[in-house]
Design a protein around this ligand. Structure first.
Ligand SMILES: Cc1cc2nc3c(=O)[nH]c(=O)nc-3n(C[C@H](O)[C@H](O)[C@H](O)COP(=O)(O)OP(=O)(O)OC[C@H]3O[C@@H](n4cnc5c(N)ncnc54)[C@H](O)[C@@H]3O)c2cc1C
Length: 504
């Protein structure tokens, strides 16, 4: 099929792609979004959608490659935001420069931008979508405009966790959530109707990435979205200019092509790196943007795990209900001289989807999570075997650094102690299996000022290509110790604004 020319082709419609596409289209430039997934049907859950998408290959304990890797958050119109938990932290200063906290063999974790540069974009997005939070309650919260929505009430288990933490002289606070606690931005307040994380929001109270595509102020001939269209490779027009994106219909395998003045990759950290690696040309024999062999490197999934146990229901103030996955969080162990390298991470409530009382008991669960160090050998690679569309399968090469293993152990102990102090019994550690890929995907197209150590510059532009950008979590040179999506979105808005000035 012949290339159709637009101003900008965006690959991916998730957290970052939706923001980039909307921002550029509302400035009057013609945008074509290629989305490999489709609109999720009502009732879709992570369990139902995961079976439909290709897994990546990971190393088993005996060294063989097995198809257990998770190279997607969610592949669908709206990407990971369709099923996410709505947790909307801003990164802290240390997340932008963690050099004091990583091992000597890590890649440089310093971002080429700092919080002050990103702050106006966080503030603007918060105003647009609404984040329910209690300003000033998180001791590590960076400066911001006033909160636009009050925080959600703690859940029944959240109250138990918060009360216990306060007794231990900690500072629990309401988890900041992009879920309406009151009607806002044309969306209703959350009704706490059911499990939230890994499920579609049935009321629209949770922010999602699909609404930019239904903005009636943008003419349909300005913003086009093609679902079921997987970008297979990027074509070059000249040595330093991308020309078009070749895509495949995910059902028929039929090929198409979109010509564009500018191309923005927003497919997630793993998929964007894989697309660059697939785009082999005479001028780019190892893939586009890969002259320094950095594409795919420094991939990070965040180290994380859960501890859970149960408590007799009569010890809780009220019966458990549905509603947000997490209502209470603790950053007391973010910086701690007892944590290996002085940097711990977050601990927060992680309610299981099943919240009924069973044999008089109710389960209480905590999630702990921290940034993993960016490592040169933690990398996205392409295999010699092919998927059903004829594209090389993705390999996730990932090992947890010994320092990160110790940090994970530290957080697990702190979370278990908190549960024990709350009277929770039979506390067990649960793997998140982050090492096979997770919902939190960062790195692979690392941003930096040094082209030998990074793939894109501070604006997300691929170093040696004038009109090719990466706007998703692939940009992150360091994963940061909190959930990444609000930062992915703020950074995508910053990159989109830059592209608009370049196109004008
Ligand atoms: C169950 C779950 C809960 C989560 N909860 C939270 C949370 O509470 N807070 C938080 O901060 N984060 C959360 N996350 C993570 C969050 O979803 C991701 O950080 C975020 O969606 C990443 O944004 P992105 O733009 O990089 O990619 P995505 O949102 O994953 O979007 C990428 C899109 O690009 C498409 N795509 C990829 N490759 C191609 C290609 N070659 N051609 C065409 N299309 C392509 C994909 O199909 C996908 O739709 C959660 C994730 C999951 C799975």
């Amino acid at each position: 099929m012949a290339a159709q020319a637009v101003d900008v082709c965006v690959v991916g419609s998730g957290a970052s792609g939706s923001i980039v596409a909307h921002e550029i289209a509302r400035n009057g430039f013609r945008v074509h979004v290629l989305e490999a997934g489709r609109t999720l049907p009502p009732g879709a859950t992570l369990a139902t959608v995961q079976s439909d998408v290709g897994n990546a290959l990971v190393r088993s304990s005996i060294g063989t490659l097995t198809p257990f890797g998770r190279p997607w958050s969610v592949s669908a119109l709206g990407g990971g935001l369709t099923l996410y938990a709505g947790i909307a932290f801003r990164y802290r200063s240390a997340d932008f420069d963690a050099r004091a906290h990583v091992a000597a063999d890590a890649l440089d974790p310093a971002w080429p931008i700092d919080y002050a540069e990103l702050r106006p974009y966080y503030d603007e997005l918060e105003l647009r979508v609404g984040v329910a939070r209690l300003a000033g309650a998180d001791p590590l919260e960076p400066p911001s405009d006033p909160a636009v929505l009050p925080p959600h009430d703690y859940s029944t288990q959240g109250r138990l966790i918060a009360g216990t933490a306060e007794r231990l002289a900690m500072q629990p606070f309401p988890t900041p959530l992009a879920i309406n606690s009151a009607p806002y931005a044309g969306r209703p307040a959350c009704e706490r109707c059911g499990p939230c994380n890994e499920h579609l929001c049935t009321t629209g109270a949770r922010a999602d990435a699909r609404s930019p595509f239904t903005d009636i102020t943008i003419p349909s001939n300005v913003l086009t979205v093609s679902e079921g269209s997987k970008a297979a490779r990027i074509e070059l027009g000249a040595v330093s200019r991308a020309d078009s994106v070749e895509w495949l219909d995910t059902v028929t395998g039929q090929r198409g092509s979109v010509g564009a003045r500018c191309i923005v990759l927003a497919g997630n950290a793993v998929q964007s790196a894989a697309l660059l690696l697939r785009s082999v040309h005479r001028a780019a024999p190892n893939g586009i943007g890969n002259s320094s062999d950095m594409v795919g490197r420094g991939i990070s999934f965040k180290i994380s795990g859960y501890v859970s146990g149960h408590i007799t229901a009569d010890r809780l103030e009220a019966p458990p209900s549905g509603g947000p996955f997490s209502t209470v969080a603790l950053s007391d162990h973010y910086f701690d001289s007892e944590a290996p390298s002085g940097l711990g991470g977050m601990i927060y409530e992680a309610s299981p989807a099943e919240r009924t009382i069973c044999d008089g008991n109710i389960s209480v669960r905590l999630h702990f999570l921290a940034a993993d160090q960016p490592m040169h050998d933690n990398a996205i690679q392409l295999s010699n075997s092919w998927d059903r569309l004829g594209l090389p399968k993705i390999v996730l090469q990932y090992w947890t650094h010994p320092l990160d293993k110790r940090r994970l152990g530290y957080l697990s102990r702190r979370a278990s102690e908190l549960l024990a102090q709350a009277g929770v019994k039979k506390i067990e550690y649960q793997d998140s299996n982050y090492q096979f890929g997770s919902g939190h995907l960062h790195g692979g197209c690392r941003a930096g000022n040094d082209p030998t150590q990074s793939v894109v510059d501070r604006w997300g532009r691929v170093h040696d290509i004038d009109n090719l950008y990466v706007a998703d979590g692939g940009f992150f040179p360091y994963a940061g110790g909190v959930n990444p999506t609000f930062t992915i979105q703020a950074n995508a808005l910053r990159i989109a604004r830059r592209i608009v000035t370049q196109l004008a």
